[in-house]
Design a protein around this ligand. Structure first.
Ligand code: NIG
Ligand code: FE
Length: 428
């Protein structure tokens, strides 16, 4: 039985303002734009979890074993969640950058055997250790920018041996690295070279491989790149229905380049998220607004590929539940700087600071199926916290391209402490 007055392991005090959300996800409309704020706050942590929080009017129970941590008037939010990444992959694709800059379309590079196909070659060639080291380096950077949970997709192996290799790397890193990683099987990312000209055979192979992934517990979700020249609506539906029967959550790369109707299909199949949506139709915005499927918007991809940004404002105003992710991958969003992604959401998609914080915390946790453990500052949830060295929340989005993180706490342990300049003296 627990003692009546448990002491905190750590008491974080002197927080300028704490921001979180206590509403039931998925958040949409006005609720998406609302945060709870507590000025002059403290957070008590016990066994890696949030034990209590409040403001200076109510002081928590501590004893001589409690470690006091001075937040130095930083602003504190829940750890950021990047709910769409292609973390584990071999090589890099800077060789394609020039073609992209000269206007060669992304799908044309893919059609010519580059793009995803190049990374498939590099990933198949890479050993487990090569992939582990490359992914770990990325995780370190992500964590330093305030990300404490990510989703990581396979999809550069495109055969069971190499897809497993990617997923096993993610599993090992989830164990070894402070970052929480949840995996998605994305065998349906492209048609591999050995099946070119016979996509049907590959669709059958993916459906067969789903049980291997399930039996080994290597992923909780399945994703399909539903796009012209990649997987059709009909193939996507078959793969996702088979996934559903095995108990996987479903998600789609939908309407990224051509408006095929992947978002509407995702709603019909009960997908947790439909991602990208640069080319979504008005009808599918309406369908999404009437569903609990989250529109996962990835502004880094529009930025890098030079495309028009997703119509976030229209979606939010129509009542669609929205999250925002980085899509970290070697071909369409090669960055681990998640604050830059959040800043693009503000400056290019016209989302408010409150909407973005909710999008990358509570809504992201919801569609990953992690609402019980992360996504808000709430009693019993993991003590995953970001301390931002900024005078106010707007400043995070205003002063772009740099890292505002002062400290990151993960599972109650301070894992990042940056020596950045105090900014509070420059404004209020
Ligand atoms: O989400 N669009 C498909 N998949 C990734 C890009 C993968 C790549 O180019 O390597 C994306 O943008
Ligand atoms: Fe992606």
């Amino acid at each position: 039985m627990k003692a009546r007055h448990e002491h905190a392991d750590v008491l974080i005090r002197n927080i300028k303002t704490l921001y979180t959300n206590q509403q039931c996800p998925p958040l949409r409309g006005k609720t998406l734009g609302t945060l709870v704020s507590i000025d002059e706050a403290w957070i008590a942590v016990k066994d890696g979890k949030i034990m209590a929080f409040g403001n200076d009017d109510h002081v928590p129970y501590c004893d001589e074993q409690t470690i006091f941590f001075d937040a130095e008037q930083t602003i504190v939010t829940p750890g950021f969640i990047d709910s769409h990444t292609h973390l584990v992959h071999g090589g890099s694709r800077e060789a394609e950058f020039e073609a992209l800059v000269h206007g060669v379309p992304y799908l044309e590079i893919l059609r010519q055997g580059g793009g995803i196909h190049q990374t498939v070659k590099d990933t198949r060639r890479a050993s487990f250790d090569d992939l582990y080291i490359q992914a770990k380096t990325s995780l370190d950077v992500m964590l330093s920018y305030g990300v404490t949970t990510i989703e990581a997709k396979s999809g550069y192996g495109l055969d069971i041996e190499n897809e497993r290799k990617q997923l096993l790397v993610a599993e090992a890193l989830n164990r070894d690295h402070p970052m929480t990683i949840v995996s998605t099987y994305m065998g349906a990312h492209a048609i591999p070279p050995e099946h070119q000209g016979n996509p049907e055979a590959y669709v059958k192979e993916i459906i067969k491989d789903l049980s291997v992934i399930k039996d080994e517990g290597l992923a909780t979700s399945v994703d399909v790149f539903c796009e012209e020249g990649v997987f059709t609506l009909e193939q996507t539906e078959r793969i996702l229905k088979a996934s559903s029967e095995l108990g996987f959550m479903r998600r789609l790369h939908a309407d990224e380049i051509k408006p095929l109707g992947g978002a509407g299909l995702g709603v019909r199949l009960g997908a947790r998220s439909v991602d990208h949506l640069l080319a979504i139709s008005d009808e599918d915005i309406k369908r999404l607004s009437e569903s609990d499927t989250v529109a996962n918007l990835l502004p880094g991809t529009a930025f890098y590929l030079g495309k028009t940004y997703a119509r976030a404002r229209e979606m939010i105003d129509a009542g669609v539940a929205v999250s925002v992710s980085g899509d970290y991958n070697p071909g369409s969003s090669p960055t681990e700087n998640f604050q830059f992604i959040m800043q693009l959401a503000a400056s290019k998609m016209r989302m408010t600071p409150e909407e973005i914080i909710n999008a990358v915390t509570v809504n992201a946790a919801y569609h990953l199926g992690l609402s019980d453990s992360v996504g808000s500052i709430a009693i019993g949830k993991r003590a995953d916290l970001v301390m931002l060295d900024v005078p106010n929340l707007s400043y995070v989005f205003y002063h772009y391209g740099i890292n505002h993180v002062k400290h990151v706490m993960k599972d109650g342990i301070m894992v990042i402490s940056n020596k950045n300049q105090r900014r509070s003296q420059h404004g209020t």
